[in-house]
Design a binder for this molecule. Structure first.
Ligand code: SAM
Length: 218
């Protein structure tokens, strides 16, 4: 694996295609300054999520796993002025940084951040979302996918990050609970007649990983 090459290419692609963005740069600086881990999506992945949301004309988005709000902002920027993004974050320290970053991006009016374990917060929701981004603890991905289907309507796009995990996802006998969580989610996706799905491997500044995409069809 040539991580240096992936990083060079990511930097080239982002340099060509992703305009410089002082707000997003400040968001990442705030995250670093607060000591949060550098595990947000990469800029070109944030742009991918933004394009997906706009292509699907999403008006409502649910995100599991806010961290400092970096992906939240990419997704929130895809929404119309009357759109709504609900993001769930378990760690109050992460949520505090995210709240400031979301305000910095001018998105406080359409983004709601709830603090708590997603599996505790999800049962209170009774609305349907147009796009659901799963990016919290990987052990719970099976339950997150089941909730995502419940909170979907035909046309909803469900996106899950970190589904390849350095290739470990292909190890059937793995003891790693995060990889087991991702593998179980894939089994549930395959068994769910209401979705059509795929998964893509990604390489870049964030290493070797991938996204699963499931379109709710009925
Ligand atoms: N989506 C963010 C981005 O790309 O900018 C990155 C999210 S980070 C990979 C995962 C986040 O999920 C962390 O902030 C972590 O605290 C949060 N998290 C972990 N377990 C959680 C849970 N049970 N419920 C909600 N959030 C959780």
């Amino acid at each position: 694996m040539d991580e240096a090459l992936w990083t060079r290419v990511d930097e080239y692609l982002a340099g060509e295609l992703i305009p410089d963005d002082p707000v997003l740069a400040q968001v990442l600086a705030n995250s670093d300054a607060a000591g949060l881990p550098a595990i947000a999506v990469a800029p070109n992945q944030g742009a991918f999520l933004n394009l997906l949301a706009r292509f699907g004309r999403a008006k409502t988005i649910l995100e599991l796993g806010t961290l400092a709000g970096y992906s939240t902002i990419w997704l929130g920027r895809a929404l119309p002025a009357d759109g709504r993004l609900l993001t769930l974050e378990a760690d109050p320290a992460h949520a505090e940084v995210a709240r400031e970053n979301i305000a910095l991006a001018g998105l406080s009016g359409i983004v709601e951040l709830r603090v708590g374990a997603a599996l505790d917060l999800l049962p209170a929701l009774d609305e349907k979302f147009d796009l659901i981004f799963i990016d919290a603890d990987k052990q719970s991905y099976p339950e997150y996918f089941q909730w995502a289907v419940r909170l979907s309507r035909p046309g909803t796009m469900i996106v899950a990050d970190n589904v390849v995990r350095d290739g470990k996802v292909a190890e059937a006998g793995t003891a790693d609970p995060r990889v087991r969580g991702v593998r179980r989610m894939h089994e549930l996706i395959a068994a769910e007649p209401r979705v059509d799905a795929t998964a893509l491997q990604t390489v870049g500044t964030k290493g070797y990983d991938g996204f699963a995409l499931a379109l709710v069809t009925s």
